[in-house]
Design a binder for this molecule. Structure first.
Ligand code: SF4
Length: 195
């Protein structure tokens, strides 16, 4: 029997396991209902999201929502549409050499499978190699992006991170923007009942 969603959500939002490791109070960021149509899993919140608590409220999000999914902010942040979570649920702080630290692996192990079972979605979307590697360990990332995948017997899209810093992957895989992204948008919109 699936875990009680509300109890899981409360437990997750209260988690402070990484406080000593981060050196500041963690703020788990997750939003969406148990019956959200799509469960989206990305890498970890950015420093901006740590403040706003609104996932993908940045340049990457603008591309993901507006160009790939072709949905408005109103649709994306409707908790009946998207359950938004990540491998690391909290902003992990800055790495010494610049950029954000990697999310602690223990976070995904503690929460992600439980969330994937408690949320009764119709479609999963993994964004980036970390989320893909969690659900499809050992599988080739690009093969997953262009392949037909399932999680818990339901369709699962795997997407590259929409960050402008990911430019080399897009250059190496022109078919993604030329063809695949159109298929992704159509499936997202169909799942949401928009077409
Ligand atoms: S990153 Fe994950 S394990 Fe660490 S405090 Fe946040 S929710 Fe808890």
């Amino acid at each position: 029997m699936p875990e009680d969603f509300d109890a899981l959500r409360q437990e997750l939002l209260s988690c402070r396991d990484c406080q000593a490791r981060f050196g500041f109070e963690p703020h788990p960021v997750v939003r969406g209902r148990a019956d959200a149509k799509i469960m989206q899993i990305s890498q970890a919140p950015s420093g901006r999201v740590h403040e706003t608590r609104l996932p993908f409220d940045d340049a990457s999000g603008k591309k993901l929502k507006g160009e790939w999914y072709r949905v408005s902010d109103e649709v994306f942040y409707d908790e009946a549409n998207f359950y938004l979570t990540s491998c690391g649920h909290c902003y992990p702080g800055k790495a010494p050499g610049g950029g954000d630290r990697l999310p602690p692996a223990a976070c995904a192990k503690k929460w992600l499978r439980r969330e994937a079972e408690a949320v009764n979605c119709r479609l999963y979307i993994c964004i980036g190699s970390r989320a893909a590697g969690f659900f499809f360990p050992g599988e080739d990332f690009s093969g997953l992006v262009f392949g037909e995948n399932t999680i818990n017997g339901k369709p699962a899209l795997v997407l590259p991170h929409p960050s402008p810093l990911n430019i080399k992957w897009f250059q190496d895989h022109p078919r993604f923007l030329a063809e695949r992204v159109g298929e992704v948008g159509a499936l997202v919109r169909r799942t949401l009942g928009l077409e």
